[in-house]
Design a protein around this ligand. Structure first.
Ligand code: NAD
Ligand code: GLY
Length: 372
Protein backbone atom coordinates (compact mmCIF):
# COMPACT_ATOMS: atom_id res chain seq x y z
CA UNK A 1 0.00 0.00 0.00
CA UNK A 2 1.27 3.46 -0.90
CA UNK A 3 0.08 6.72 0.61
CA UNK A 4 0.03 10.16 -0.98
CA UNK A 5 -1.04 13.17 1.06
CA UNK A 6 -2.98 16.13 -0.31
CA UNK A 7 -1.87 18.98 1.94
CA UNK A 8 -4.72 21.45 2.41
CA UNK A 9 -4.45 22.46 6.09
CA UNK A 10 -7.59 21.25 7.93
CA UNK A 11 -8.93 19.75 4.69
CA UNK A 12 -5.85 17.55 4.09
CA UNK A 13 -6.48 13.92 3.22
CA UNK A 14 -4.75 10.74 2.15
CA UNK A 15 -4.87 8.84 -1.11
CA UNK A 16 -4.19 5.13 -0.54
CA UNK A 17 -3.09 3.06 -3.54
CA UNK A 18 -2.75 -0.73 -3.54
CA UNK A 19 -3.95 -4.14 -4.71
CA UNK A 20 -6.28 -6.48 -2.83
CA UNK A 21 -6.45 -4.22 0.17
CA UNK A 22 -10.23 -4.37 0.72
CA UNK A 23 -9.71 -5.81 4.21
CA UNK A 24 -7.88 -2.65 5.25
CA UNK A 25 -10.71 -0.35 4.20
CA UNK A 26 -12.83 -0.60 7.41
CA UNK A 27 -10.01 0.71 9.60
CA UNK A 28 -9.22 3.50 7.13
CA UNK A 29 -12.86 4.58 7.00
CA UNK A 30 -13.21 4.54 10.78
CA UNK A 31 -10.28 6.94 10.98
CA UNK A 32 -11.88 9.58 8.78
CA UNK A 33 -15.65 9.14 9.19
CA UNK A 34 -17.91 9.35 12.21
CA UNK A 35 -19.88 6.17 12.96
CA UNK A 36 -23.42 6.00 11.66
CA UNK A 37 -25.16 6.02 8.31
CA UNK A 38 -23.55 6.25 4.87
CA UNK A 39 -25.00 6.65 1.40
CA UNK A 40 -23.10 4.35 -0.95
CA UNK A 41 -23.36 5.87 -4.44
CA UNK A 42 -22.49 3.68 -7.42
CA UNK A 43 -23.59 2.99 -10.97
CA UNK A 44 -25.30 -0.20 -12.12
CA UNK A 45 -22.16 -1.70 -13.70
CA UNK A 46 -19.84 -1.07 -10.79
CA UNK A 47 -22.46 -1.96 -8.18
CA UNK A 48 -23.04 -5.34 -9.81
CA UNK A 49 -19.29 -6.05 -9.65
CA UNK A 50 -18.25 -4.54 -6.32
CA UNK A 51 -21.42 -3.35 -4.56
CA UNK A 52 -22.02 -6.33 -2.29
CA UNK A 53 -18.36 -6.47 -1.29
CA UNK A 54 -18.39 -2.76 -0.44
CA UNK A 55 -21.61 -3.10 1.57
CA UNK A 56 -20.12 -6.02 3.53
CA UNK A 57 -16.99 -4.03 4.32
CA UNK A 58 -18.91 -0.95 5.37
CA UNK A 59 -21.16 -3.00 7.61
CA UNK A 60 -18.12 -4.71 9.10
CA UNK A 61 -16.81 -1.25 9.93
CA UNK A 62 -20.07 -0.59 11.79
CA UNK A 63 -21.75 1.70 9.25
CA UNK A 64 -25.42 1.44 8.33
CA UNK A 65 -25.35 1.41 4.54
CA UNK A 66 -27.94 2.86 2.17
CA UNK A 67 -27.07 2.06 -1.47
CA UNK A 68 -28.03 4.58 -4.18
CA UNK A 69 -27.41 3.15 -7.66
CA UNK A 70 -27.57 5.31 -10.79
CA UNK A 71 -27.55 4.32 -14.48
CA UNK A 72 -23.99 4.27 -15.91
CA UNK A 73 -22.69 7.02 -18.17
CA UNK A 74 -22.33 10.77 -18.54
CA UNK A 75 -26.11 11.14 -18.82
CA UNK A 76 -26.33 10.57 -15.06
CA UNK A 77 -24.22 13.61 -14.12
CA UNK A 78 -27.29 15.80 -13.73
CA UNK A 79 -29.18 17.81 -11.12
CA UNK A 80 -31.98 15.29 -11.64
CA UNK A 81 -29.76 12.43 -10.39
CA UNK A 82 -28.30 14.64 -7.62
CA UNK A 83 -31.87 15.26 -6.50
CA UNK A 84 -32.46 11.49 -6.40
CA UNK A 85 -29.45 11.19 -4.08
CA UNK A 86 -30.82 13.96 -1.81
CA UNK A 87 -34.15 12.13 -1.70
CA UNK A 88 -32.48 8.81 -0.82
CA UNK A 89 -30.44 10.55 1.90
CA UNK A 90 -33.45 12.35 3.39
CA UNK A 91 -35.55 9.18 3.38
CA UNK A 92 -32.72 7.26 5.06
CA UNK A 93 -32.48 9.98 7.70
CA UNK A 94 -28.89 10.97 6.96
CA UNK A 95 -27.88 13.92 9.15
CA UNK A 96 -24.87 16.27 9.07
CA UNK A 97 -22.59 13.70 10.72
CA UNK A 98 -23.10 11.11 7.99
CA UNK A 99 -21.19 10.56 4.76
CA UNK A 100 -21.55 9.88 1.05
CA UNK A 101 -19.20 7.26 -0.43
CA UNK A 102 -18.61 7.20 -4.19
CA UNK A 103 -17.83 3.77 -5.64
CA UNK A 104 -17.29 4.11 -9.38
CA UNK A 105 -15.74 6.14 -12.17
CA UNK A 106 -15.59 9.90 -12.67
CA UNK A 107 -19.33 10.17 -13.26
CA UNK A 108 -20.19 8.62 -9.89
CA UNK A 109 -17.41 10.56 -8.13
CA UNK A 110 -18.36 13.96 -9.60
CA UNK A 111 -22.08 13.43 -8.95
CA UNK A 112 -21.75 11.97 -5.44
CA UNK A 113 -19.20 14.66 -4.54
CA UNK A 114 -21.52 17.41 -5.77
CA UNK A 115 -24.42 15.94 -3.81
CA UNK A 116 -22.20 15.58 -0.70
CA UNK A 117 -21.08 19.22 -1.04
CA UNK A 118 -24.65 20.48 -1.12
CA UNK A 119 -26.67 18.03 1.02
CA UNK A 120 -27.32 19.76 4.38
CA UNK A 121 -24.65 22.31 3.27
CA UNK A 122 -22.03 19.59 3.14
CA UNK A 123 -21.50 16.09 4.54
CA UNK A 124 -18.35 13.98 4.60
CA UNK A 125 -17.33 12.34 1.38
CA UNK A 126 -15.04 9.40 0.42
CA UNK A 127 -13.93 8.42 -3.07
CA UNK A 128 -13.39 4.77 -4.09
CA UNK A 129 -12.52 5.29 -7.77
CA UNK A 130 -12.82 2.27 -10.07
CA UNK A 131 -11.69 3.57 -13.49
CA UNK A 132 -8.12 4.47 -14.38
CA UNK A 133 -9.27 8.01 -15.21
CA UNK A 134 -10.90 8.41 -11.81
CA UNK A 135 -7.89 6.90 -10.02
CA UNK A 136 -5.35 9.24 -11.57
CA UNK A 137 -7.46 12.35 -11.97
CA UNK A 138 -11.10 12.89 -11.08
CA UNK A 139 -11.14 11.44 -7.55
CA UNK A 140 -8.24 13.67 -6.47
CA UNK A 141 -8.42 17.41 -5.98
CA UNK A 142 -12.02 18.09 -5.06
CA UNK A 143 -13.57 19.23 -8.33
CA UNK A 144 -17.16 17.99 -8.18
CA UNK A 145 -19.91 18.88 -10.61
CA UNK A 146 -22.97 18.02 -12.61
CA UNK A 147 -23.66 18.94 -16.21
CA UNK A 148 -26.19 21.52 -17.42
CA UNK A 149 -28.06 21.15 -20.69
CA UNK A 150 -25.99 24.08 -21.99
CA UNK A 151 -22.63 22.58 -21.07
CA UNK A 152 -20.54 20.10 -19.13
CA UNK A 153 -19.52 20.58 -15.48
CA UNK A 154 -21.19 24.00 -15.36
CA UNK A 155 -22.69 23.50 -11.88
CA UNK A 156 -20.22 22.40 -9.25
CA UNK A 157 -17.91 23.10 -6.35
CA UNK A 158 -14.44 22.54 -4.97
CA UNK A 159 -15.16 20.00 -2.24
CA UNK A 160 -12.40 17.77 -0.95
CA UNK A 161 -12.99 14.15 0.07
CA UNK A 162 -11.89 12.79 3.46
CA UNK A 163 -10.13 9.84 1.81
CA UNK A 164 -9.39 8.48 -1.66
CA UNK A 165 -9.10 4.67 -1.68
CA UNK A 166 -7.60 3.31 -4.90
CA UNK A 167 -8.08 -0.45 -5.11
CA UNK A 168 -6.17 -1.53 -8.22
CA UNK A 169 -8.01 -4.84 -8.42
CA UNK A 170 -10.99 -2.93 -9.84
CA UNK A 171 -9.02 -2.24 -13.03
CA UNK A 172 -9.13 -5.95 -13.93
CA UNK A 173 -12.79 -5.62 -14.94
CA UNK A 174 -12.48 -2.23 -16.64
CA UNK A 175 -13.25 -2.43 -20.39
CA UNK A 176 -10.17 -1.90 -22.60
CA UNK A 177 -11.54 1.27 -24.21
CA UNK A 178 -12.07 2.82 -20.75
CA UNK A 179 -8.56 1.79 -19.67
CA UNK A 180 -7.05 3.50 -22.73
CA UNK A 181 -9.09 6.65 -22.11
CA UNK A 182 -7.64 6.74 -18.59
CA UNK A 183 -4.20 6.08 -20.04
CA UNK A 184 -4.51 9.37 -21.91
CA UNK A 185 -4.63 11.20 -18.56
CA UNK A 186 -1.55 9.26 -17.41
CA UNK A 187 0.20 10.31 -20.62
CA UNK A 188 -0.88 13.88 -19.85
CA UNK A 189 1.00 13.90 -16.53
CA UNK A 190 4.12 12.46 -18.13
CA UNK A 191 4.21 14.67 -21.19
CA UNK A 192 3.27 18.00 -19.58
CA UNK A 193 4.31 17.80 -15.96
CA UNK A 194 6.91 15.20 -15.10
CA UNK A 195 9.86 14.15 -17.25
CA UNK A 196 10.75 11.19 -15.02
CA UNK A 197 7.22 9.76 -15.38
CA UNK A 198 7.45 10.27 -19.15
CA UNK A 199 10.78 8.42 -19.24
CA UNK A 200 9.48 5.59 -17.08
CA UNK A 201 6.36 5.16 -19.27
CA UNK A 202 8.43 5.23 -22.46
CA UNK A 203 10.78 2.60 -21.06
CA UNK A 204 8.14 0.31 -19.54
CA UNK A 205 5.22 0.85 -21.92
CA UNK A 206 4.52 -2.91 -22.42
CA UNK A 207 4.11 -3.34 -18.63
CA UNK A 208 1.65 -0.47 -18.57
CA UNK A 209 -0.21 -1.75 -21.65
CA UNK A 210 -0.54 -5.23 -20.07
CA UNK A 211 -1.72 -3.72 -16.75
CA UNK A 212 1.24 -5.13 -14.82
CA UNK A 213 0.08 -4.68 -11.22
CA UNK A 214 3.30 -3.37 -9.69
CA UNK A 215 4.02 -0.96 -12.55
CA UNK A 216 0.42 0.29 -12.50
CA UNK A 217 0.72 0.91 -8.76
CA UNK A 218 3.91 2.90 -9.37
CA UNK A 219 2.40 4.95 -12.20
CA UNK A 220 -0.94 5.65 -10.51
CA UNK A 221 0.86 6.70 -7.33
CA UNK A 222 3.12 9.00 -9.35
CA UNK A 223 0.10 10.62 -11.05
CA UNK A 224 -1.65 11.12 -7.70
CA UNK A 225 1.53 12.61 -6.26
CA UNK A 226 1.81 15.10 -9.13
CA UNK A 227 -1.83 16.09 -8.85
CA UNK A 228 -1.71 16.26 -5.04
CA UNK A 229 1.26 18.63 -5.18
CA UNK A 230 -0.45 20.92 -7.68
CA UNK A 231 -3.77 20.92 -5.81
CA UNK A 232 -1.98 21.61 -2.52
CA UNK A 233 -0.47 24.72 -4.10
CA UNK A 234 -3.48 25.91 -6.08
CA UNK A 235 -6.73 24.28 -4.94
CA UNK A 236 -9.08 26.67 -6.76
CA UNK A 237 -7.23 26.86 -10.10
CA UNK A 238 -6.00 30.43 -9.86
CA UNK A 239 -2.66 29.48 -11.40
CA UNK A 240 -0.68 26.28 -11.91
CA UNK A 241 -3.64 23.91 -11.52
CA UNK A 242 -4.62 25.02 -15.03
CA UNK A 243 -1.61 23.00 -16.30
CA UNK A 244 -3.72 19.90 -15.58
CA UNK A 245 -5.90 21.03 -18.47
CA UNK A 246 -3.24 20.08 -21.04
CA UNK A 247 -5.15 18.79 -24.08
CA UNK A 248 -8.48 19.95 -22.68
CA UNK A 249 -9.14 23.07 -24.79
CA UNK A 250 -9.40 21.20 -28.09
CA UNK A 251 -10.49 18.02 -26.27
CA UNK A 252 -13.51 19.67 -24.66
CA UNK A 253 -14.41 21.35 -27.96
CA UNK A 254 -14.40 17.96 -29.73
CA UNK A 255 -16.54 16.43 -26.99
CA UNK A 256 -19.01 19.34 -27.09
CA UNK A 257 -19.17 19.42 -30.91
CA UNK A 258 -20.14 15.74 -30.87
CA UNK A 259 -22.68 16.20 -28.03
CA UNK A 260 -20.56 14.11 -25.60
CA UNK A 261 -21.68 10.92 -27.34
CA UNK A 262 -18.81 10.03 -29.65
CA UNK A 263 -15.55 10.39 -27.68
CA UNK A 264 -14.69 9.23 -24.19
CA UNK A 265 -13.18 12.16 -22.28
CA UNK A 266 -9.65 10.70 -22.36
CA UNK A 267 -9.88 9.99 -26.10
CA UNK A 268 -10.71 13.64 -26.77
CA UNK A 269 -7.96 14.84 -24.41
CA UNK A 270 -5.36 12.73 -26.25
CA UNK A 271 -6.32 14.39 -29.55
CA UNK A 272 -6.21 17.75 -27.75
CA UNK A 273 -2.67 17.01 -26.53
CA UNK A 274 -1.51 16.17 -30.05
CA UNK A 275 -3.16 19.41 -31.26
CA UNK A 276 -1.33 21.28 -28.48
CA UNK A 277 2.02 19.87 -29.65
CA UNK A 278 1.28 21.06 -33.21
CA UNK A 279 0.32 24.51 -31.89
CA UNK A 280 3.51 24.63 -29.80
CA UNK A 281 5.49 23.89 -32.96
CA UNK A 282 3.75 26.74 -34.81
CA UNK A 283 4.62 29.08 -31.93
CA UNK A 284 8.19 27.70 -31.85
CA UNK A 285 7.84 26.66 -28.21
CA UNK A 286 9.09 23.15 -28.98
CA UNK A 287 11.97 21.82 -31.05
CA UNK A 288 10.99 19.35 -33.78
CA UNK A 289 12.78 16.51 -31.96
CA UNK A 290 10.88 17.25 -28.77
CA UNK A 291 7.59 17.34 -30.67
CA UNK A 292 8.46 14.05 -32.39
CA UNK A 293 9.11 12.43 -29.03
CA UNK A 294 5.76 13.55 -27.58
CA UNK A 295 3.78 12.63 -30.69
CA UNK A 296 5.48 9.21 -30.79
CA UNK A 297 4.41 8.73 -27.19
CA UNK A 298 0.76 9.61 -27.99
CA UNK A 299 0.88 7.27 -31.02
CA UNK A 300 1.31 4.31 -28.66
CA UNK A 301 -2.35 4.75 -27.72
CA UNK A 302 -3.42 6.14 -31.11
CA UNK A 303 -5.91 8.89 -31.90
CA UNK A 304 -9.56 8.16 -32.45
CA UNK A 305 -10.74 9.30 -35.87
CA UNK A 306 -13.28 12.10 -36.07
CA UNK A 307 -16.81 11.25 -37.14
CA UNK A 308 -17.14 11.82 -40.90
CA UNK A 309 -19.78 14.51 -40.41
CA UNK A 310 -17.74 16.67 -37.99
CA UNK A 311 -16.68 20.04 -39.48
CA UNK A 312 -13.98 22.49 -38.51
CA UNK A 313 -16.56 25.25 -37.91
CA UNK A 314 -18.50 23.06 -35.45
CA UNK A 315 -15.33 22.50 -33.41
CA UNK A 316 -14.38 26.20 -33.58
CA UNK A 317 -17.89 27.18 -32.44
CA UNK A 318 -17.55 24.83 -29.46
CA UNK A 319 -14.11 26.30 -28.66
CA UNK A 320 -15.67 29.78 -28.44
CA UNK A 321 -18.02 28.52 -25.71
CA UNK A 322 -15.18 27.09 -23.57
CA UNK A 323 -15.85 28.04 -19.93
CA UNK A 324 -12.13 28.59 -19.36
CA UNK A 325 -11.85 31.37 -22.00
CA UNK A 326 -10.46 34.66 -20.83
CA UNK A 327 -12.47 37.42 -22.52
CA UNK A 328 -12.37 36.67 -26.24
CA UNK A 329 -9.24 34.54 -26.03
CA UNK A 330 -9.00 30.78 -25.75
CA UNK A 331 -6.48 29.64 -23.17
CA UNK A 332 -4.17 26.82 -24.22
CA UNK A 333 -1.81 24.72 -22.15
CA UNK A 334 1.08 24.05 -24.52
CA UNK A 335 4.20 21.91 -24.08
CA UNK A 336 7.46 23.82 -23.85
CA UNK A 337 9.62 20.69 -23.63
CA UNK A 338 9.15 17.02 -22.71
CA UNK A 339 7.54 16.94 -19.26
CA UNK A 340 7.01 20.70 -19.20
CA UNK A 341 4.11 22.96 -20.20
CA UNK A 342 2.98 26.57 -19.95
CA UNK A 343 -0.23 28.56 -20.30
CA UNK A 344 -0.70 30.68 -23.44
CA UNK A 345 -3.36 33.00 -24.84
CA UNK A 346 -1.60 33.95 -28.07
CA UNK A 347 -2.78 31.07 -30.26
CA UNK A 348 -4.50 32.59 -33.29
CA UNK A 349 -7.69 31.18 -34.81
CA UNK A 350 -5.89 30.48 -38.08
CA UNK A 351 -3.38 28.29 -36.18
CA UNK A 352 -6.24 26.39 -34.54
CA UNK A 353 -7.99 26.01 -37.90
CA UNK A 354 -4.83 24.62 -39.52
CA UNK A 355 -4.32 22.12 -36.72
CA UNK A 356 -7.98 21.03 -36.74
CA UNK A 357 -7.75 20.45 -40.50
CA UNK A 358 -4.83 18.10 -39.92
CA UNK A 359 -7.01 16.10 -37.58
CA UNK A 360 -10.29 16.22 -39.49
CA UNK A 361 -8.92 15.66 -43.01
CA UNK A 362 -6.26 13.06 -42.31
CA UNK A 363 -8.17 10.63 -40.09
CA UNK A 364 -6.31 11.87 -37.03
CA UNK A 365 -2.92 10.77 -38.36
CA UNK A 366 -2.06 14.29 -39.59
CA UNK A 367 -1.81 15.42 -36.00
CA UNK A 368 0.80 12.77 -35.22
CA UNK A 369 3.00 13.67 -38.23
CA UNK A 370 5.64 16.39 -38.42
CA UNK A 371 6.24 18.60 -41.45
CA UNK A 372 9.84 19.30 -40.44
P1 NAD B 1 -17.47 6.69 -16.04
O1 NAD B 1 -17.60 7.03 -14.64
O2 NAD B 1 -18.63 6.93 -16.94
O3 NAD B 1 -17.02 5.17 -16.15
C1 NAD B 1 -16.82 4.60 -17.42
C2 NAD B 1 -17.57 3.28 -17.59
O4 NAD B 1 -16.87 2.25 -16.93
C3 NAD B 1 -18.98 3.26 -17.01
O5 NAD B 1 -19.82 2.54 -17.88
C4 NAD B 1 -18.81 2.52 -15.69
O6 NAD B 1 -20.00 1.86 -15.31
C5 NAD B 1 -17.73 1.55 -16.05
N1 NAD B 1 -16.88 1.13 -14.92
C6 NAD B 1 -16.36 1.89 -13.96
N2 NAD B 1 -15.50 1.19 -13.22
C7 NAD B 1 -15.50 -0.06 -13.69
C8 NAD B 1 -14.81 -1.26 -13.34
N3 NAD B 1 -13.90 -1.26 -12.38
N4 NAD B 1 -15.06 -2.38 -14.05
C9 NAD B 1 -15.96 -2.36 -15.07
N5 NAD B 1 -16.62 -1.26 -15.47
C10 NAD B 1 -16.39 -0.12 -14.79
O7 NAD B 1 -16.23 7.45 -16.75
P2 NAD B 1 -14.82 7.99 -16.24
O8 NAD B 1 -13.98 8.02 -17.44
O9 NAD B 1 -14.35 7.29 -15.02
O10 NAD B 1 -15.17 9.48 -15.79
C11 NAD B 1 -15.56 10.44 -16.72
C12 NAD B 1 -16.11 11.64 -15.95
O11 NAD B 1 -15.07 12.16 -15.13
C13 NAD B 1 -16.56 12.77 -16.85
O12 NAD B 1 -17.84 13.20 -16.44
C14 NAD B 1 -15.54 13.87 -16.60
O13 NAD B 1 -16.08 15.17 -16.72
C15 NAD B 1 -15.13 13.58 -15.19
N6 NAD B 1 -13.81 14.09 -14.81
C16 NAD B 1 -13.74 14.81 -13.66
C17 NAD B 1 -12.53 15.30 -13.24
C18 NAD B 1 -12.43 16.02 -11.91
O14 NAD B 1 -11.37 16.57 -11.61
N7 NAD B 1 -13.47 16.00 -11.12
C19 NAD B 1 -11.36 15.07 -14.00
C20 NAD B 1 -11.47 14.33 -15.17
C21 NAD B 1 -12.71 13.85 -15.58
N1 GLY C 1 -8.86 17.51 -14.09
C1 GLY C 1 -8.33 18.81 -13.87
C2 GLY C 1 -8.31 19.23 -12.45
O1 GLY C 1 -8.65 18.49 -11.55
O2 GLY C 1 -7.96 20.33 -12.17
Amino acid sequence: MKTVKVELAERSYEIIVGSNMWENLPAALKEVLRPGKVLLVSDENVFSLYGQRAIGILQEAGFKVFPAVIPPGEGSKTLYRANELYTAAIKAGLDRKTAFIALGGGVVGDLAGFAAATYLRGVDFVQIPTTLLAQVDSSVGGKVAVNHELGKNLVGAFYQPKLVWIELETLTTLPRREFLAGAAEVVKYGSALDLSLLESLEKNWPAFWEKDASFLAEVITACCRIKAEIVSQDEKEKGIRALLNFGHTVGHALEAATSYRYYLHGEAVLIGMAAAVQLALLLELLKPDEARRLLGFFARIGLKEAPASLTRSEVLAALKKDKKRSGKKSIFVLPVGPGRAGIFDNVTSSMVAAVLDRYLHEKGQGLLALDV
